[in-house]
Design a protein around this ligand. Sequence first.
Ligand SMILES: [Zn+2]
Ligand SMILES: [Zn+2]
Length: 244
Amino acid sequence: MKLTVIGQWGGYPKAGEASTGYLLEANGFKLLIDCGSGVLSHLQHHIEATELDAVLLSHYHPDHVADIGVLQHALLIQYFLGKNEGTLPVYAHREDQQGFNSLTYKDLMTAHEYTEDSSLSVGPFTVTFVKSKHPVPCYGMRIEADGKSLFYTADSAFREEFISFGQDADVLLCECNFYGDMDASNAGHMTSLDAGKLAQKTGARNLILTHLPHFGDLEQLITEAKTVYSGHVSLAKKDMVVEI
Ligand SMILES: [Zn+2]
Ligand SMILES: [Zn+2]
């Protein structure tokens, strides 16, 4: 699998960058995971919007879905130009019915429901889900292909359930919206220490901190995570590519 960071900011994007979005590729299949503000613009540094094979959404907060509407416009305009055919499937939960309904657009985009109990086959990927702890319904996801695995926590406070769910993932893409000395749990997010603990307890081979805060010295997040996790830690950065 090849993971490309399109956007890594929590809440809103920094100037010229994007909030949450990741492109995951395997065997030529192109899956977009979350589609926050700025994602459509930055995605086009890598592929055309019409090259996407599927989209997978964790929840309906704007920093994860803000660019769904403009992605629909891109598909429509490219359709009129004769450069887009077929329907783009978008996989999401249905616990926000209005949000779910908004994903289906003409014949160009179709919403498909996943649930916590479901195992989804999307192209070469097998995806399973774990409920997160967040102010709105949200799901973390484990994505496997070619014997490799990625655990993406989405937005969540630390949950014990994540430990068994994420066991031995090759890459833990962990939200880290707060610093170690802060209380992230009430906000439904994790600190650098939570991320490090999760990486240590799951035995992850590689920890990537993402959904980053807009304050403080981000390098400090790495230093703090390393106090409880002995593996490799890095910060998600725009255009960063990770071979899994
Ligand atoms: Zn978020
Ligand atoms: Zn959120």
